[in-house]
Design a protein around this ligand. Structure first.
Ligand code: UN1
Length: 499
């Protein structure tokens, strides 16, 4: 029998020190597959936020003065440490979050990719030089850091999403107060431990765990915070935007999705089915990129339904660290209940449940939060199950009569993150790409699979128009300084001295 290791108690990281929270209280980190306690993390209060923000403010003056290529060296070292510890960190993530090990490795890999990518930016951070309208005058731009960034992140990508915020913030010379989801604190701890070990100076990144919404709100409202970067629900994002707007504070939001796979009548169905299964049930549907709508041209509807039910029923539920598992648990009881609630909503709206629909309780599954992979058929585009983000292993089949209708239905939700389209016809593919109004489009691939060096984000309620990833991420974490240098020796007036 395996010996039960006593769960360790972790600390906040403020001003380069691992410290207890001022409340003295902790919360347990729970394995959603088994209910086992993996560790205890501090419950922080407003005083901890004050200390973290003050440390970040002090560090800002020093950090912004470090040349960006030097800042990059620290990020490169952090990337190397993540490579060395990929397996250990992936396992820890799988235990606390539930995603299967190979996906947890992908999550750590995404953080590695982002760390190296942004480290590379340390020797670029390009601005512009451009001619002046006047002689003997030089015009150029520099990127400036903004100040203290509050990074508030969700549990579904416990290391990748924090890296999307921290790495561009840091390379640009900002300092950070990081408030990770309390459902996945271990991965946040691991990421910060690596940055510390890589040589990040005290105060540049501060990590505060908390469980009270009021404490997060206090961080958002804190006058010492200049930018809030948030990934999570649209409701919380809107609340953050409202606070920030009142304070004229910068904010960047990455919110929900109601993504679709479009299957046109000429699609390679074997390929499409692989894409659908991965996109609908990968990460137990808990991705903002998950495909919770399958929009199918009518001639293929019966066949897609039949194959999808067969594939969904064959998926093995279990702990993410078990190599036999295809689909892990959902994160917690609240999510489980929310997903369960959508079953009644879907049925009441007239959708037909083809498979799943229940909390899974067989054997050991009863110890955790498992939901059966679920497929609804006969779904109309305006049903709530086709409009609202469910964030679980649930997908809808929506029949349509033409590629044009498929694109119209795809675009008609409050969200706009990802669409994928399966077709063998390049003209149909390009027409769809043109007509689709989501921030990401895939042709002949699922809705999952964004790479860090390209812009990531969505239209409509999916965000506020910003993009993470790619060099565009730097636009969120920097402001432009435009400099005019006049070496004419006389006072030249733009727009006036035109003749
Ligand atoms: C998210 O679901 O919040 O493309 C991020 C993907 C991943 C990122 C997902 N690379 O699904």
């Amino acid at each position: 029998m395996a010996t039960q290791v006593e769960a360790r108690t972790y600390k906040n990281y403020i001003d380069g020190q691992w410290v207890d929270s001022t409340t003295g209280e902790t919360f347990p980190n729970i394995n959603p597959a088994t209910g086992e306690v993996l560790g205890y993390f501090p419950k922080s209060g407003k005083a901890d936020i004050d200390r973290a923000v003050a440390a970040a403010q002090r560090a800002f003056a020093r950090w912004r003065a470090v040349p960006a290529p030097r800042r990059a060296e620290i990020l490169f070292r952090a990337g190397e440490l993540l490579v060395q510890r990929k397996e250990e960190y992936a396992r820890g993530m799988s235990l606390e979050m539930g995603k299967v090990l190979k996906e947890a490795r992908g999550d750590v890999q995404e953080a590695i990719d982002m760390t190296y990518f942004m480290a590379g930016e340390g020797r670029r951070l390009y601005g512009h030089t451009t001619p002046s309208e006047l002689p003997d005058k030089l015009c150029l731009t520099f990127r400036m850091p903004i100040g203290v960034v509050a990074a508030i992140t969700p549990w579904n990508f416990p290391m990748a999403i924090p890296s999307w915020k921290l790495m561009p913030a840091l390379i640009a010379g900002n300092t950070v107060v990081f408030k990770p989801s309390t459902w996945t604190p271990q991965s946040a701890y691991n990421l910060i431990a690596v940055l510390e070990e890589a040589g990040l100076p005290p105060g540049v990144v501060n990590l505060v765990f908390e469980r009270e919404v009021g404490v997060s709100q206090y961080l958002v409202e804190h006058p010492g915070v200049s930018l809030v970067s948030f990934t999570g629900s649209t409701a919380t994002g809107t609340a953050i935007a409202t606070i920030c707007a009142r304070q004229n504070k910068r904010y960047s939001l990455e919110l929900g999705g109601k993504n679709a796979v479009i299957v046109l009548a000429d699609a390679d169905l074997d390929l499409a089915m692989d894409g659908i299964v991965w996109s609908a049930f990968g990460t137990t549907g808990q991705r903002c990129t998950a495909a919770s709508r399958i929009i199918v041209e009518r001639p293929l509807v019966e066949e897609v339904q039949r194959r999808l039910v067969e594939r969904a029923r064959a998926l093995r539920l279990g702990s993410g660290v078990d190599p036999q598992t295809d689909v892990g648990p959902v994160i917690n009881e609240e999510q489980l209940k929310k997903i369960r609630g959508y079953m009644d909503i879907g049925r009441a709206e007239g959708a037909r449940l083809l498979c799943g629909g229940e909390i899974a309780r067989d054997g050991d599954l009863g110890r955790g939060y498992f939901f059966q992979p679920t497929v609804f058929a006969d779904v109309r585009p305006d049903m709530r199950i086709a409009q609202e983000e469910i964030f679980g292993p649930v997908t809808d089949i929506i029949p349509v009569d033409s590629p044009e209708e498929a694109v119209r239905v795809n675009n008609a939700t409050p969200y706009g993150l990802v669409t994928s389209v399966f077709t063998r016809d390049v003209t149909k593919a390009m027409r769809a790409v043109e007509g689709i109004t989501t921030g990401l489009v895939y042709v002949n691939a699922g809705t999952i699979g964004a790479e860090v060096h390209l812009p990531f984000g969505g239209t409509r309620n999916t965000g506020n128009g910003h993009r993470e990833g790619g060099i565009g991420a730097l636009d969120v974490f920097t402001e432009w300084k435009t400099v005019y240098i006049d070496y004419s020796g006389r006072l030249q007036k733009a727009q006036i001295d035109v003749a």
